[in-house]
Design a protein around this ligand. Structure first.
Ligand code: PMP
Length: 378
C-alpha cells in the first residue's frame, strides 16, 4: 500500500486507540458455551428446532442462494409466503422482503424522498436511516428525541414554504440504546394533520411486542404510517422488510435501488423467518419472557428497564465499559458495549440483551455475574 494511505490508516488506528474506541472482531466458535447476552436473538428463535428444520429444508429444496435479484430470477415463492405472513402478523396490507433491515430502510427512504422532500428525523434514529436520508439528498430537519411538537413545527414550516411538498417523519418504535418508545399515536396524528408519512422502524419492537408497537397502537394499515422491520433480531434469521400499502410496495419494486440491484434474500433465512413467525404466533407469551427478565435484570443492576430487549447500563468511560465487558466474558457471559459514535449522548454503556431462549439456571448465573462486574467497574 502507498505510504500516504498506510500513514493515514496508522494515524486513524492510533486515534481510535487513544480514545478507547478500537473495535475488533471476535469470531465465535460453534462449540462456544458462553452465555450470550450480546446478540439480538431476543426470543432465542435462531436455534429453535422448527426454525432450524425450515432453513435446512429450504436449502435442500431451493439451494444456497436466490441466485439473482428479485426482478430477474431471484424472486421465490418462498419470499411471497414470507411477505404474506409478515403482512398478516404485523397487521399491514402488504410487505416486501429485502436482504437486510439496513436495506429496507435505505430502500424505503431513497425511493420516497428527493431534494424536494422534507425528512424530519428523531435525533436518536439508527445509522441505517441516517444513511438513507443522506443517500436520498432530501432536506433534513433533525428534531430532539421524542419531541412531537418539534415534529409538528418542522412540518408546518415546510408546508408554509412548499405547500405541495412531501414530508417523511422517521422514528423507531423502541430505541435500542435508551430502550424507550416513540410516541407513535401522537406522531401519527401529527403526520395525518400535515399529510406526511410516518416511517416506523420496528427492528426492536416486532417479536418482543408480538406484532410490534404499530399494530399494538392500532396503526396497522394506517395510510400515514409505514413500517420497516428486520428479520435478524427477534425472528432469529436474516433479512429485512418494508410493510405498508400495496401502491407503496409496487413503487419500491420499481424504484428502490437497494432492492432492485441486490440479490434476493437467500432461501434459508427466508424459510427460517417464516418458521419463526409460526412459532411466535403459536406462543404469544414468548415476548412476555423478555419483559419479565428485563424487569428482573434492571432491578438487579439498579437501572431503568428498557421497553425492548436491550438493557443499557451506563459506565463511566469507554475503557470502563470495555473492562466490565471483558470481566463478564472471563466469567462466562458475553455482553456488548455501546460506545461513541453509536450512542446518542456520548455516554458509554454495557449493552445487555435479554434472551428468552437462555435456560433459567444460566440466566440466573448471568445476572449474578453482571451485578458483580458492574459494581467492580462503576
Ligand atoms: N434498524 C435498527 C433500529 C437496528 O437496530 C438495526 C440493526 N442493528 C437495523 C435497522 C438493521 O437491521 P439489519 O441488521 O437486519 O440490517
Amino acid at each position: 500500500m502507498s505510504t500516504r494511505w498506510s500513514d493515514w490508516l496508522a494515524a486513524q488506528a492510533q486515534a481510535r486507540d487513544d480514545a478507547g474506541l478500537t473495535r475488533m472482531l471476535h469470531p465465535r466458535r460453534a462449540e462456544d458455551t458462553t452465555i450470550d447476552l450480546a446478540g439480538n436473538d431476543y426470543l432465542g428463535l435462531s436455534v429453535h428446532p422448527e426454525v432450524v428444520a425450515a432453513a435446512r429444508e429450504a436449502v435442500a429444496v431451493w439451494g444456497g442462494g436466490a441466485g439473482a435479484s428479485r426482478l430477474v430470477t431471484g424472486s421465490l415463492v418462498l419470499h411471497t409466503h414470507l411477505e404474506c405472513a409478515l403482512a398478516d402478523y404485523l397487521e399491514q396490507p402488504a410487505a416486501l422482503v429485502l436482504s437486510t433491515g439496513y436495506h429496507a430502510n435505505l430502500a424505503l427512504v431513497t425511493a420516497l424522498a428527493d431534494r424536494d422532500t422534507l425528512v424530519v428525523s428523531d435525533a436518536h434514529i439508527h445509522a441505517s436511516l441516517i444513511d438513507a436520508v443522506r443517500l436520498s439528498r432530501a432536506q433534513l430537519s433533525v428534531v430532539a428525541h421524542n419531541d412531537v411538537e418539534a415534529v409538528d413545527a418542522a412540518l408546518a414550516a415546510h408546508a408554509a414554504q412548499q405547500p405541495a411538498g412531501r414530508a417523511l417523519v422517521l422514528c423507531e418504535s423502541v430505541y435500542s440504546v435508551l430502550g424507550d418508545r416513540a410516541p407513535l399515536a401522537e406522531l401519527a396524528a401529527v403526520c395525518r394533520r400535515h399529510d406526511a408519512l410516518l416511517v416506523v422502524d420496528e427492528a426492536h419492537g416486532v417479536g418482543v411486542h408480538g406484532p410490534g408497537l404499530v399494530a399494538r397502537a392500532g396503526l396497522g394499515g394506517d395510510p400515514h404510517v409505514v413500517v420497516t422491520a428486520t428479520l435478524s433480531k427477534a425472528l432469529g434469521a436474516q433479512g429485512g422488510a418494508v410493510l405498508g400499502a400495496p401502491a407503496l410496495i409496487e413503487h419500491l419494486v420499481n424504484r428502490a435501488r437497494p432492492f432492485i440491484f441486490d440479490t434476493g434474500l437467500a432461501p434459508a433465512p427466508t424459510a427460517a423467518a417464516l418458521a419463526a413467525l409460526r412459532v411466535m404466533r403459536a406462543d404469544p407469551a414468548l415476548g412476555d419472557v423478555v419483559a419479565t427478565r428485563m424487569a428482573d435484570l434492571a432491578a438487579s443492576l439498579g437501572v431503568e428497564p428498557s421497553s425492548g430487549a436491550v438493557l443499557s447500563v451506563p459506565m463511566p468511560s469507554p475503557q470502563a465499559a470495555l473492562a466490565a465487558q471483558a470481566a463478564a466474558l472471563e466469567a462466562g457471559v458475553r455482553v456488548g458495549c455501546f460506545r461513541p459514535p453509536s450512542v446518542p449522548d456520548g455516554v458509554s454503556r454495557l449493552r445487555v440483551t435479554v434472551n428468552a431462549g437462555v435456560p433459567e439456571d444460566a440466566w440466573a448465573r448471568a445476572v449474578q455475574v453482571l451485578i458483580s462486574v458492574t459494581k467492580e467497574h462503576a
